[in-house]
Structure formats: C-alpha cells, structure tokens
Design a protein around this ligand. Structure first.
Ligand SMILES: [Zn+2]
Length: 254
C-alpha cells in the first residue's frame, strides 16, 4: 500500500466499531490511509494487538491517565511490563499523559504524575515516541515532558491556549490535529499559530469528529484540507509535509 495519509491516534478497537471495523479499515487501505491505534487500558491494549492483522494498522500501547490514577501498584506495573514485553509490535507509547479534568483529587493527581514519570522512563528506555493526553493539565504535562522525555512527544488533541502550546512548541513537541478542528474555533486559532513542521493528523476515533457523529480515520483528508485552508497552503503540499513530519516521529516509511 502506498501511504498517503496517517492517523496517528485512534481507538479502532472500541466496541462501537465491532460491526464495521473491517469495512472501514479496508476503505482506509484503498485510500492510502495508515492508522496508528492507541491502547489505554489492559483490555484495550490486548484488543489493539489483534488489529495488527490489518496491513495498514500499527500500534501504540499505553495506560490512559485516568486509568493510571485508579490502578493498584500491582496492576500498573504489570501493565507496564506487558507494554515492554510487546515492544517489538509497537511504534510508540500511548495513550498516556495527565488528566486533571476527570481526576480532581490531589492525592490521585499526584499518583497520576508519579505514574506518568514511570511511563516516560519506559519510553526513554525503549526509545519510543510518546502519544500524550493533557486535558486540563497542559502546563504540568509539558513541564514534566520537557524535563524528562528524550524521545519525540506528540501532544494529542491539545486543548490548551496558544500561550501553553508555545511552551510545547519551544520544546520541539508535535501537535496532532483532530477533525473537530473543522467546527472548533479555539483549535483553528491554535492551528494558525503552530508551525507546519510540527503538525500531525489524528482522529481520536470514535471521538473528536467533524460532526457529532462517530468519527473514524476516513476523515483524515478533511483535516488536511482544513490545515491547508488555515495555513493558506496547497492541499498536496500540506499532505506531503504531514507525511514527512510523521516519518520523523514514528519509524514508518511512507
Ligand atoms: Zn485518545
């Protein structure tokens, strides 16, 4: 398959795709859309591995921050071990990060931070990029990564201000743009400011679509079109640049 587009962050293992996952991923293959699927729980990590049967799918395994804050020590370290044991099957660590939107308790936030540090150590050790969630914890996430991460960082669906995004951009972090940029003015504003060399495309499927409908990787070309419109560039030029950026982060040769 000739890769034309890459979705760097999706959740195609979710039950909502059980009925038509084959059809969607087949259509993606026909359109040259490559998909990086993210895990986040012990269940979704195992489900993700099954998606490797599709030629146009590659994986990130991770521990979602809300989950990380709720796991026992034993569960957490066993899952980290599981990720390490599968290191040859993955191209990155994700979905990981910090979430202070759902986790409001101070002690639990502290635990989230401690566990994220363990995850960053693992990514450094395995030399794998980090696919990062930072909801309502943008500053804390960027500061921690700037201090600790020695691998490429993707700030996925970044919801912070330009002031915060600038901190990440200064560290050389990448920003993956989801299809809801089409309807979300704040994301459009952020996109306008971010350098094209640091942009990637994602869907976070089934979430963050261009409408309220279920989202899937077939929407990636719409994101490319929106970036071209906002950056006042040719669509084809944007498509090629994003592919190049993705190749700089992940070991995937377009
Ligand atoms: Zn996600």
């Amino acid at each position: 398959m000739k890769i034309k587009y890459i979705d760097v962050h999706s959740h195609m293992g979710e039950e909502i795709f059980d009925k038509d996952r084959d059809k969607i991923l087949k259509e993606c293959e026909e359109k040259g859309i490559f998909v990086i699927n993210c895990g986040g729980t012990s269940e979704s990590n195992r489900k993700s591995l099954k998606l490797l049967k599709y030629k146009n799918v590659n994986l990130n395994l991770g521990i979602y921050p809300v989950q990380a804050a709720e796991m026992s020590d034993k569960e957490f370290f066993e899952e980290l071990r599981f990720i390490e044991d599968n290191k040859d099957k993955i191209v990155g660590i994700g979905e990981v990060g910090l979430d202070f939107y759902w986790i409001t308790d101070d002690a639990k936030r502290q635990l989230e931070v401690e566990r994220f540090k363990e995850i960053i150590w693992l990514a450094n050790k395995l030399r794998l990029p980090l696919n990062v969630h930072s909801r309502k914890a943008e500053k804390e996430t960027i500061v921690l990564l700037a201090k600790m991460a020695h691998v490429p960082v993707i700030l996925h669906a970044f919801g912070g201000s330009w002031k915060l995004a600038k901190l990440g951009a200064a560290e050389g972090f990448y920003f993956s743009i989801p299809p809801n940029v089409i309807i979300n003015k704040a994301r459009q504003k952020l996109l306008k400011e971010l350098p094209i060399e640091k942009l990637l495309t994602e869907t976070d499927a089934p979430y963050l679509g261009p409408t309220k409908e279920r989202n899937d990787p077939r929407n990636i070309p719409l994101v490319i079109e929106k970036i071209a419109e906002i950056k006042q560039m040719e669509v084809e030029e944007v498509r090629k640049q994003i592919l190049k950026n993705t190749g700089d982060v992940f070991n995937i040769k377009p």
